[in-house]
Design a binder for this molecule. Structure first.
Ligand code: SAH
Ligand code: TMP
Ligand code: ZN
Length: 405
């Protein structure tokens, strides 16, 4: 048994997805021989309640100058982060000398709002290519991995921050004790840490197992987040469910005693008890649900193939890497995956090696069925794909269950 990444308790895996490649490692056939695989294994820690991966991929293999995920590909997410930033500006900035730090700032989808409002800010984004896009928008960005040492450097050069932000990045960082210690040093006495990530409660309730891949070292709950930051003199003062990325949770955290604690924290923790998030049996049930979902999806795809139907994937998401590799979806079942991100186009999907084509390939010759890998953007996609439906096209969804519509 491996030690828990947070509290060192020996933990037992509840599931292995088998060998998996780098979720965002879109590649060319020449690169197949060097493709990196690792075993994707998940475990629940009964002591600190953290659900986590037990085998980790080196961060430099995932986040580098060819990182394939550009945040601004989703219009709806840009609107979401605009509201997030406006909330921070309204509630948490010291008018005398405001300073905002964001980790995982990517192409500047959040910080562009602070830059436009001339608020002093700093983005910390190790993936050099996406960081460069942000700089092009006038956003101050440093390409480094955030940790405690780096926090000290920021304080020395820029002073402490009113707000420390992170979206879909905290769960990526295995050395969270160093991150939390750094945040404690970096925050002003009344400063706040606000971060959001896919929520464990949604994963369990929706069987959204495709949230599990190399980049996501942790699957947070209010219980596990409270335990972790509590060890660093920080406390969760508010939690706010978010209707993005298939169900996320935003955590607001401050120095212990610095700000009042909202009733939402205890309420959500009670919901987590009811949902069984703190009990190991829940994760055995999750594994059985995942296995059933895989069998149903594969039965459907094989049946459509027998009928000679064309099936195309919609959105070469990082999540789709878990779906294709765990379920065994090959290019004979899914002809190609359409995606709007130029860096992914013309390449092949990690592990399963399904071709990734530009959106035009989908639009110019509609398939019979579109397998919605980007299900977390369903609202945005359905709103613009009426023509596909009008042409007789049907959607295959697999979260929370396999469904054709
Ligand atoms: N916040 C954006 C991007 C999320 S993707 C959004 O929500 O859309 C995660 C990002 O975190 C990647 O761009 C990756 O390069 C970055 N990242 C990974 N580890 C990090 C670390 N230790 N410090 C800062 N950023 C990190
Ligand atoms: P994400 O789920 O990690 O945010 O990734 C979404 C992927 O889906 C990204 O590669 C862009 C792609 N995409 C499309 O191809 N079309 C769309 O309409 C949307 C919203 C995303
Ligand atoms: Zn633990």
């Amino acid at each position: 048994m491996k030690p828990c990444l947070i509290c060192k308790t020996p933990i037992e895996p509840f599931m292995s997805f088998g060998k998996m490649p780098i979720a965002n490692g879109f590649l060319t056939p020449e690169q197949y021989p060097e493709e990196h695989f690792f075993e994707l294994v998940t475990a629940f820690c009964p002591h600190c309640k953290m659900v986590q991966l037990t085998e980790l991929v080196d961060e430099r293999k995932m986040f580098h100058e060819n990182y394939a995920f550009f945040s601004s590909t989703s219009v709806r997410m840009a609107e979401h982060f605009q509201r997030f930033a406006e909330g921070v500006m309204k509630d948490y900035l010291d008018p005398a000398d405001p300073f905002v730090v964001e980790i995982g700032s990517n192409d500047g989808i959040m910080l562009q709002n602070f830059a436009r409002a001339s608020v002093r800010h700093l983005g910390i984004e190790p993936s050099a290519n996406v960081a460069e896009v942000a700089r092009g928008k006038g956003i101050c960005t440093i390409s480094e991995f955030f940790n405690e040492d780096f926090a000290r450097r920021i304080v020395a050069e820029h002073g402490q921050a009113d707000a420390f932000l992170g979206a879909n990045v905290m769960c990526h960082i295995p050395y969270l004790h160093s991150v939390a210690a750094g945040i404690r040093i970096l925050l002003k006495p009344r400063g706040v840490l606000m971060f959001e990530d896919p929520y464990l409660g949604d994963i369990v309730q929706k069987t959204s197992f495709d949230q599990i891949y190399d980049e996501h070292a942790f699957y947070f709950s209010v219980a596990s987040v409270s335990h972790l930051f509590g060890e660093h003199g920080l406390e969760v003062i508010d939690v706010q469910p978010q209707n993005v990325h298939g169900g996320s949770m935003r955590y607001v955290i401050a120095h212990k005693g610095a700000r009042p604690v909202s009733a939402s924290v205890a309420l959500q923790r009670a919901k987590e008890e009811t949902l069984g998030l703190n009990r190991p049996e829940t994760y055995d049930q999750l594994r059985r649900n995942i296995e059933r979902l895989r069998d149903e999806l594969m039965a459907l795809l094989r049946d459509l193939k027998r009928q000679g139907k064309r099936v195309v994937g919609y959105g070469a998401t990082s999540k789709s890497t878990t779906v294709t590799n765990y379920c065994g979806i090959t290019p004979d079942l899914v002809e190609f995956i359409s995606d709007t991100t130029p860096i992914k186009q013309g390449k092949f999907s990690p592990g399963a090696h399904i071709p990734v084509r530009p959106y035009s390939a989908f639009e110019e010759h509609y398939p019979d069925y579109a397998l919605l890998f980007a299900w977390n953007h369903a609202e945005e996609i359905m709103a613009k794909e009426q023509k596909f439906r009008d042409a007789g096209g049907q959607w295959i969804n697999y979260v929370p269950k396999v469904q054709v519509s």
